[in-house]
Design a protein around this ligand. Structure first.
Ligand code: DMJ
Length: 655
């Protein structure tokens, strides 16, 4: 492939060159700048420079100093290309006539004039190529070594992508034998009460889905009060977030017709060729995660193809000096940037740290290592940095590769980074020992510096701001109970019991944050200061937007302990959701969970279908549905199978 690229440069028409510019899908990648149609490869530039210089010198020498040498030149360089010559000229020994004939017509025939014009065109083309090669070589010489290095990497990446897109088989992806998923469909629970509860949760899913379908089909989310679509800037103008996010929940609930209509919509309408800026994190966890999960459950190629196509679109986000990706990316231009509010232009730990699982699977499913290389690159940067007290600050500048403000959180801005360390280890069939080490070291630092107990005996995880603790815990932080429990099952024997207890204590605290409200649904954040415990004190923290984290922790605690209180607490949440969030047009978030009267925010978040209802359904299913030793849940509760080492499914660089 690399050398093959040389030939078309000599013979293809202007605008031709590598890959022929087809496959509009990748046309928006910023890296086209380096390796796009008509561009020269770095090493080739120098070779071309030399060859063309010698060649042109020879040509001009011949033209200007040897009388009537043009015929000879034409014969040598162009005779072989009969397409450039009129039929009448296809006679051995007959040249193309004078290049300078230029309409003077001394040498007579029209054929000769046409041949001369063609030859002149070719010389012009050679001159043009020569000048371009000179220009590009000059630009390269002006570059810093690290810029040259980056260009080489981008070229490599482009070659891999071209390969992927141009392969003969469906979607350019390698053939994979689809393995039937383990435990994707569970048995009906034997206990009639549990069976009934599970059926109720399925009915909730149907209500959410049917109303989305009725009022917002094809749009990102539903406004259940206004009964119309809701678009979030997080997805730019990619559409269908609810459809993609709901796919795997529909599958495991055996809602076959709904799954089929979702698939058909994806086939016909899901389009990533949009000129819009998206959140790399959100699009990854919901769209890439949702599509991967749907593929692993159903084996339908469309999901694999779409996931890989989208993954490719996200790659330009990594074009930063450090390789730490931008938070925001324009999918068409490939230009990235960070949230304007983020400390000193930093990227966010929970965003760039929550790509790992999906990107490893993208490499696995596409045969293209570039995705895994990117996320392992992030890890390498993290491992070169000093961590204050062993903690990971939420902000990292992608240009300098240094930490921004020293704020640490296991909730918003930090949360799923820790989750993905643990799950990277588990997903690699426990071969990714680096991830394991990073996870347990991080949890130890969190325990030492962030985890506290209130005077009322509630364990909570505070936030850390440059060494000072803010005694506040977010709803988002409540996922950590489940994470500690999941890690406990795989920890060393001395740690197992301790981590299970930690999980149980966090679950209890989060339960209290629900139980201490009027609506029995938890606030966005709750505090442990000013004489309160597990209660929101600021108006701006009293809302509930159908988030899953508390129920997620109940699910892990239930699976790992079978303590019936987790089902009891989960059922209380179901009743509260039905009483306060269910409306005619679907499910809505609430502005203040301490009020007796609902004030709706009028959004049915896509993660309600992806996560909240899925975790509830699992809580009231037997453990044979999606067994935890086979499946890893991404942070949006999408399912990724463990990559078994004995099936050689683990990427080389994980070992
Ligand atoms: C989800 O999109 C994911 O769980 C993410 O990790 C955090 N926030 C929401 C749900 O609250």
């Amino acid at each position: 492939m690399p050398m093959g690229g040389l030939l078309p440069m000599f013979s293809s028409p202007p605008g031709g060159g590598l890959g022929g510019g087809g496959g509009g899908g990748s046309g928006g990648l910023g890296i086209r700048k380096v390796a796009g149609p008509g561009a020269f490869r770095l090493t080739e530039k120098f070779v071309l420079l030399l060859v063309f210089s010698a060649f042109i010198t020879l040509c001009f020498g011949a033209i200007f100093f040897l009388p009537d040498s043009s015929k000879l030149l034409s014969g040598v360089f162009f005779h072989s290309n009969s397409a450039l010559q009129p039929a009448s000229d296809h006679k051995p020994g007959l040249g193309l006539g004078s290049i300078n004939a230029g309409g003077k017509g001394e040498e007579g025939s029209e054929g000769e004039r046409a041949a001369a014009a063609a030859a002149a065109d070719n010389l012009a083309k050679i001159r043009e190529d020569h000048e371009r090669a000179l220009r590009e070589a000059k630009e390269t010489l002006q570059k810093l070594p690290e810029e040259i290095q980056r260009d080489i990497l981008q070229e490599k990446e482009q070659v891999l992508q071209d390969k992927l897109l141009n392969k003969g088989n469906a979607g350019g992806l390698p053939h994979l034998d689809f393995r039937p998923p383990i435990g994707a469909l569970g048995r009906e629970p034997t206990d009639p009460e549990i069976r009934q509860k599970r059926a109720k949760i399925k009915e909730m899913m149907k209500h959410a889905w049917d109303n989305y379908k009725l009022y917002a089909w094809g749009l990102n989310e539903l406004k259940p009060i206004s009964k119309k679509g809701h678009s979030s800037s997080l997805f730019g103008n990619i559409q269908g977030a609810t459809i993609v996010d709901a796919l795997d929940t529909l599958f495991i609930m055996e809602m076959k017709d709904e799954f089929k209509e979702a698939k058909e919509w994806i086939e016909k309408h899901l389009d990533f060729n949009v000129n819009a800026e998206i959140s790399v994190f959100e699009v990854n966890i919901r769209f890439v995660g949702g599509l991967l999960s749907a593929y692993y459950l159903s084996g339908e190629e469309i999901f694999r193809r779409k996931a890989v196509e989208l993954g490719e679109k996200l790659l330009p986000a990594f074009h930063t000096p450090s390789g730490i990706p931008w938070a925001l990316l324009n999918l068409k231009s490939g230009i990235g940037r960070n949230w304007p509010w983020a400390s000193g232009g930093s990227s966010i730990l929970a965003e760039f740290g929550t790509l790992h699982l999906e990107f490893v699977h993208l490499s696995h499913l596409s045969g293209n290592p570039v995705f895994a290389e990117k996320v392992f690159g992030i890890r390498n940067v993290l491992n070169t940095l000093d961590k204050p007290q062993g903690l990971y600050p939420n902000y990292l500048n992608p240009s300098s590769g240094q930490w921004g403000q020293h704020h640490v959180s296991v909730g918003g801005l930090g949360d799923s980074f820790y989750e993905y360390l643990l799950k990277a280890w588990l997903m690699s069939d426990k071969t990714d020992l680096e991830a394991k080490k990073m996870y347990f070291a991080a949890v130890q630092a969190i325990e030492t510096h962030l985890i506290r107990k209130s005077s009322g005996g509630l364990t909570y995880i505070a936030e850390w701001k440059g060494g000072l603790l803010e005694h506040k815990m977010g709803h988002l932080t409540c996922f950590a109970g489940g994470m500690f429990a999941l890690g406990a099952a795989c920890a060393s024997p001395e740690l197992t019991q301790h981590h299970i207890e930690l999980g149980a204590e966090i679950a209890r605290t989060c339960y209290e944050s629900y139980n201490r409200t009027a609506m029995k649904l938890g606030p966005e954040a709750f505090r442990f200061d000013g004489g309160v415990e597990a209660i929101a004190t600021r108006q701006s923290e009293k809302y509930y937007i159908l988030r899953p984290e508390v129920i997620e922790t109940y699910m892990y605690m239930w699976r790992l302990t079978h303590d019936p209180k987790y089902r009891k607490w989960a059922w209380e949440a179901v009743e509260a959701l039905e009483k306060h969030c269910r409306v005619d047009g679907g499910y809505s978030g609430l502005r203040d969970v301490y009020l007796k009267q609902e004030s709706y925010d009028d959004v049915q978040q896509s993660f309600f279908l992806a996560e909240t209802l899925k975790y509830l359904y699992l809580l009231f299913s037997d453990d044979d549905l999606l067994p935890l030793e086979h499946w890893i849940f991404n942070t949006e509760a999408h399912l990724l199978p463990v990559l078994r080492k004995n099936n050689q499914e683990v990427e080389e660089n994980h070992k």
